[in-house]
Design a protein around this ligand. Structure first.
Ligand code: TGC
Ligand code: FAD
Length: 394
């Protein structure tokens, strides 16, 4: 006779990985988790199906719980540690990658660019209202012909007296159509520079990108600049090469490393709940060894991803984190989450392809997450470079 069933253990409890969090970190995670359960989870399937996101209201609500630019100090930002920021990303992406993207682009890309490279006047003007969600930012690095290789960007800012005239375009820009301010990276006669441009500036046209089959609960846009004249005071004075936008990317990639654990956790929880109630061959499908093998594999991947994320949080808080370490985190955790989503989806059988369950949505989103913020291949090559000393990008 088989032993009576014991109470199931959650993967993160099994290895006690959360025991290392401080009370403050746990409290922040709980605030975001509760907010997500109340304000985001009930609506996400509809936003996703409609391909619409009430970004303005959401930004204000997210600002209200203090997650926008939460790891930055002063200027109305919460100034939390890196671990807390990661945990917030995890809870948001447990609902949908697009919601984490809204927060990543606002806090880690647009606000961080101003915070790190902006003038005092730019910081005073933008950061407090962006922290509150009263102003939304976007970050324009990618171009249609220059994605993985931003050093080849064609957008050009030409000096004209004390002004700059910017021509070119940016593609795939998250938050673009709702943004109040755009961080625009452009070539100049002196090298790559960044500009912090209000989107009401004459000469900028923003076109929404439609027909996405992934990240549908996120706004993605094309930005086009036609002789856009901006004063030198819009230039980010401390951004003097490609290193500046790449440093911003490191911030956002860090959030993804935690966020994808959230998507994976949700896939695990949804598929486990389904497997314990769905019956085939005279019992729950969770009793089948092949199903249990999937759960064992998923739980191990969630645990190793979480531990990797925690380690990177420690390195980040100690200000010791290196780009190749972040690359390993993104490379591993996005791939692991995608594998978990595919496996969890298979446990739901036919039901797994409907929007009644979150798994297929996560799976579809994770295809974008595998591509943006440096493709899976680019992070492999960053690691390859670190391990061999040879850059193989070109
Ligand atoms: P390379 O010569 O290697 O580097 C130029 C300078 O930058 C430094 N650097 C970094 N600094 C900080 N963090 C990093 N990750 C860095 N990577 C490089 C580097 O030390 C150098 O500094 P210096 O002082 O010597 O000048 O540049 P490269 O042209 O060879 O390119 C290297 C490569 C391929 C890794 C880089 O171009 C790259 O990462 N490409 C991927 C592009 C990308 O990730 N785009 C993302 C766009 S934003 C986005 O997708 C938002 S999605 C929405 C969301 O986040 O939710
Ligand atoms: P490509 O660079 O053309 O790559 C195509 C394929 O070739 C990939 O598999 C890639 O890995 C491979 N490849 C390229 N170079 C090499 C190489 N050297 N060796 C081996 N393989 C290689 N960008 C922004 O600036 N801001 C944003 O807010 C933003 N948001 C986004 C939101 C969404 C929904 C999406 C889909 C993208 C977003 N992006 C954003 C752009 C994103 O960063 C790019 O899509 C990404 O960097 C890849 O560029 P690409 O799409 O041009 O692909």
């Amino acid at each position: 006779m088989s032993k009576p069933a014991a109470a199931p253990i959650h993967p993160l409890v099994l290895m006690q990985v959360e025991s290392r969090l401080t009370e403050e970190q746990k409290a922040i995670q709980t605030v975001v988790r509760d907010f997500a359960a109340k304000e985001l989870k009930p609506n996400i399937a509809t936003w996703y199906e409609d391909g619409q996101l009430p970004a303005r209201e959401l930004a204000k609500a997210l600002g209200g719980i203090g997650v926008l630019g939460m790891h930055l100090k002063n200027y109305g930002c919460a100034g939390t540690d890196a671990m807390s920021y990661g945990l917030a990303c995890l809870e948001l992406e447990a609902v949908d990658s697009g919601l984490r993207s809204l927060v990543s682009v606002q806090g880690s890309l647009a606000m961080f660019a101003i915070y790190k490279f902006g003038s005092e006047a730019q910081k005073q003007e933008w950061l407090p209202k962006m922290a509150k969600g009263e102003a939304i930012g976007c970050f324009g690095l990618t171009e249609a012909d220059h994605g993985s290789n931003p050093s080849g960007m064609a957008t050009f800012a030409k000096k004209d007296g004390s002004d700059w005239i910017i021509n070119g375009s940016k593609m795939w820009i998250t938050n673009g159509s709702v943004a109040d301010v755009a961080i625009i990276w452009a070539q100049t006669d002196e090298g790559i520079r960044g500009f912090c441009v209000p989107t009401k500036t004459a000469g900028i046209v923003i076109n929404p990108i439609k027909h996405k089959l992934s990240l549908r609960a996120s706004i993605t846009s094309e930005l086009v600049f036609n002789d856009m004249r901006v004063p030198d005071s819009y230039r980010l004075p401390e951004a003097t090469s490609l290193r500046a936008p790449l440093l911003c990317l490191a911030e956002a990639r860090y959030g993804i490393i935690f966020g994808t654990v959230g998507a994976a956790r949700d896939c695990f929880e949804v598929s486990l709940a389904y497997a314990t109630t769905r019956e085939q061959f005279d019992g729950p499908i969770s009793k089948h060894q092949l199903t249990q093998a999937k759960f064992a594999d998923m739980a191990t991947k969630i645990t190793t991803s979480m531990l990797l994320a925690y380690h990177l949080a420690d390195l980040k808080d100690a200000e010791k984190i290196q780009p190749e370490q972040i690359s390993m985190g993104k490379f591993h955790n996005v791939n692991a989450a995608l594998e978990i989503a595919r496996s969890a989806r298979s446990i739901l059988g036919g039901a797994g392809i409907t929007s009644e369950y979150s798994i297929f949505r996560h799976m579809s989103n994770l295809e974008t997450v595998l591509t943006y913020e440096g493709t899976h291949e680019i992070h492999m090559l960053v690691l390859g470079q670190a391990l061999t000393g040879i850059a193989a990008f070109r």
